[in-house]
Write a protein that binds this ligand. Structure first.
Ligand code: HPA
Length: 269
């Protein structure tokens, strides 16, 4: 990552610090249409437009605000690779959250279900991933003080946080998330291939953020909401409006899980 990038992160954090003094321990990056949870957290709202160097999120169902309370800082609305952002831009929220002082990062997304035991509306804890985006946010020049050049990904998804999450909500399933660049949904043949590779669900996000989080030694909890069964798994054709509508319906479940999880991890609200 180039020097200018870190200067950009510093400037973003400076513009945030002018408005907020809190030092939450938990960072959250929310996927499509999950404003429900954000509304339940007390805190200061900063639109992306007011944060130096942050692109403005422009996807249907995404809010584009940072909300910072005493216990968590939420990026509601993420930047996707398929929108044309570089992966360095995609992972900006992770670097900003780290600079704000967080220790653990919760990342949520919408995903297509591949594993036959998954149903639409399920919340699935990510226990590993397969990066099929064809790119990596850490690619490029490197300086030692930033983190390790070759980050270990063995525990990219914290076993400790998965255990705690299951204690908070026993119905949570677990699986491997495969990330493709999108923006098209996969073909049925691609989904059959992903199943053979060991993927349980598929999406177009999260993996770059988790790679950046590993680089920054953050503890990660990843959660997928199964908004649809992946192409060819059911007879239904896929469209973004259905994905958003299902995500919204599952929003209250995700929201109540996140609230009880934050309590369990000591971030009492
Ligand atoms: N494929 C890729 N990304 C997705 C899907 C899917 O089926 N559903 C939600 N995001």
């Amino acid at each position: 990552m180039v020097k200018d990038y870190f200067k950009n992160v510093e400037r973003a954090v400076k513009s945030i610090r002018k408005k907020v003094k809190a030092f939450p321990q938990t960072g959250i990056i929310l996927g499509s249409g999950w404003g429900d949870f954000t509304a339940k957290i007390k805190g200061c709202i900063i639109p992306y437009a007011d944060i130096h160097g942050i692109p403005h999120s422009c996807i249907k169902g995404q809010e584009g605000i940072l909300k910072i309370g005493n216990d968590c800082a939420i990026f509601a609305g993420r930047f996707h690779y398929y929108q044309g952002y570089t992966l360095a831009e995609v992972v900006l929220p992770v670097f900003i959250l780290k600079e704000l002082g967080i220790k653990q990062l919760i990342i949520t997304n919408a995903a297509g279900g591949i594993h036959p035991s998954f149903n639409v509306g399920d919340l699935v804890l990510i226990n590993d991933h397969i990066n099929l985006m064809g790119n990596n946010p850490l690619r490029g020049p490197y300086e030692e003080h930033q983190g390790v050049r070759f980050p270990d990904m063995t525990d990219a998804y914290s076993k400790r946080l998965i255990k705690l999450a299951k204690k908070s909500e026993s119905s949570l399933k677990e699986g491997v998330y495969a990330a493709l660049s999108g923006p098209n949904y996969e073909t049925p043949a691609e989904i059959r291939m992903l199943a053979i590779l060991g993927a349980d669900m598929v999406g177009m996000s999260t993996v770059p953020e988790v790679i950046a989080a590993s680089f920054l030694s953050l503890e990660v909890l990843g959660i997928s909401c199964i908004t649809n069964m992946a192409a060819g798994i059911s007879n239904r054709k896929l469209n973004h409006d259905d994905v958003i509508a299902t995500g919204k319906k599952a929003g209250h479940m995700l929201s109540s899980f996140l609230l009880s999880f934050l309590k369990a991890t000591g971030s009492a609200l």
